[in-house]
Design a protein around this ligand. Structure first.
Ligand SMILES: [Mn+2]
Length: 335
C-alpha cells in the first residue's frame, strides 16, 4: 500500500471505522454493519463536542433495578445494533437525518461502581458537560434511574420540563432521597420541581403502584394505546404538553416482551415496536429538548430483537428531530 493509500484511511471516507476516521460530523457513508469501531450510527466517537447539535452518550449503570440487572451492557449493544441502520436515508422519512443534524458519540459516563450514591453527581456532571457545550443530549441507558439526574441537569438549563414517558411502569413510588431505585425517580423529579406533572404524559402503562394517585400526570394505559390509533394517542399527548419544553424518556419495557425480551422487568401486554415507532414519528409538534432510551439488557435478549428495536427507535428519534429542523425526504421516483 502506498503512502497516499494509507492516508486515505484518515480522510474519513472509508468503509470501516468511521467512528474514528470521519472528518465531517455530517452525512453517512456506506460501511459494514458487523465490524469496526463501535459508535452510535457510525458517528464520530470523540470527546470533542465542537459543532455538535446532539451528543449521544451511554450511561452503563444498572444498580437500582428491582429485578434483573444487566443494563450496564445496554449502551454497547444498542450502539452495535445501530450499525445495521446506518446506511443513509431512513424509511419512511426518505432522508438521512445526519445530513441535517451534526451528531457525535461521546462515549460513556464514568462512575465509581463501588459507590452507587455517586451516580447522581456523576451523571449530572456528565450532562452539564454536554449541555454546556450548547448541544442536546441523547442518552442510552443504563437502568431508568439515570433519567432522574438527567432531568435535573436539563431542568437547570431549561426550567421545569414536560415529561413524555413511554414505559410499562409509572416509576412514581414514594421514596426518600437516600434510595437509588428505578421505580421512584419520577416521584422525586416531581417533588424536586424538575418536571411539571400537569404537562407530563406516561404512555403504555400496565402495572399498579403503591400510591395510585396520578400526581397530576396524564396516564395513558397500554389498553388505551391498543384500542386507539397512534394519531389519537399523539393528539392526546399534544393536548397535555402543548409547546412546553419536553424531555422524552423511552423505557424499552414499554414494548411487549415479544418485541423486547431483553430487559430487566418485562411486562406482557405491551406495545409493538410498530406502535412505538408510529407514535414517535408523529411527535412533530412536540418541543423536545432531550431524550433517552433505557433498560436494554442484552443478556436476556434473543437474536438482538431488543437492541435492534432500541436502535431503530433511536434512529426514528433522530429523523423526527432532523424533520423539526427542516429535513425533508425526496419523493419516490416514478418510472
Ligand atoms: Mn419500566
Amino acid at each position: 500500500m502506498s503512502e497516499n493509500e494509507q492516508m486515505s484511511y484518515i480522510d474519513g471516507d472509508v468503509e470501516i471505522d468511521q467512528a474514528i476516521t470521519r472528518k465531517s460530523l455530517l452525512g453517512t457513508a456506506q460501511g459494514v454493519s458487523y465490524a469496526g469501531v463501535n459508535s452510535f450510527m457510525r458517528r464520530k466517537y470523540t470527546k470533542d463536542l465542537t459543532g455538535a447539535d446532539i451528543v449521544v452518550s451511554g450511561i452503563p449503570f444498572d444498580q437500582s433495578v428491582t429485578n434483573r440487572p444487566g443494563t450496564r451492557f445496554g449502551p454497547e449493544a444498542v450502539r452495535r445494533a445501530t450499525g445495521q441502520h446506518a446506511w443513509g436515508p431512513i424509511w419512511p422519512w426518505r432522508f438521512d437525518p445526519f445530513d441535517t443534524l451534526a451528531v457525535v458519540d461521546a462515549g460513556d459516563c464514568f462512575h465509581d461502581w463501588g459507590d452507587s450514591h455517586t451516580i447522581i453527581q456523576a451523571i449530572e456532571d456528565h450532562a452539564d458537560w454536554i449541555l454546556n457545550s450548547g448541544a442536546e443530549m441523547y442518552t442510552i441507558g443504563g437502568d431508568h434511574f439515570i433519567a432522574y439526574p438527567l432531568l435535573k441537569a436539563h431542568a437547570r438549563k431549561h426550567g421545569p420540563l414536560a415529561l413524555l414517558q413511554f414505559d410499562a411502569h409509572r416509576d412514581v413510588d414514594k421514596d426518600d432521597e437516600n434510595r437509588i431505585d428505578h421505580g421512584s425517580m419520577f416521584y422525586r423529579a416531581i417533588k424536586d420541581g424538575v418536571i411539571d406533572p400537569k404537562k407530563s404524559v406516561q404512555v403504555g402503562i400496565r402495572t399498579m403502584f403503591e400510591d395510585e394517585r396520578s400526581f397530576g400526570m396524564t396516564v395513558i394505559g397500554a389498553d388505551e394505546v391498543h384500542s386507539s390509533t397512534p394519531e389519537q394517542i399523539v393528539s392526546r399527548i399534544e393536548e397535555v404538553i402543548g409547546d412546553h419544553k419536553t424531555y422524552m424518556t423511552f423505557d424499552i419495557d414499554c414494548l411487549d416482551p415479544a418485541f423486547a425480551p431483553g430487559t430487566g422487568t418485562p411486562v406482557p401486554g405491551g406495545l409493538s415496536t410498530y406502535q412505538a415507532l408510529a407514535m414517535i414519528r408523529l411527535l412533530k409538534n412536540i418541543n423536545i429538548v432531550g431524550s433517552d432510551i433505557v433498560e436494554v439488557a442484552p443478556m436476556y435478549d434473543s437474536n438482538e430483537i431488543t437492541s435492534n428495536a432500541a436502535a431503530l427507535l433511536a434512529t426514528e428519534y433522530f429523523c423526527l428531530r432532523a424533520w423539526q429542523r427542516g429535513a425533508r425526504g425526496t419523493p419516490m421516483i416514478e418510472d
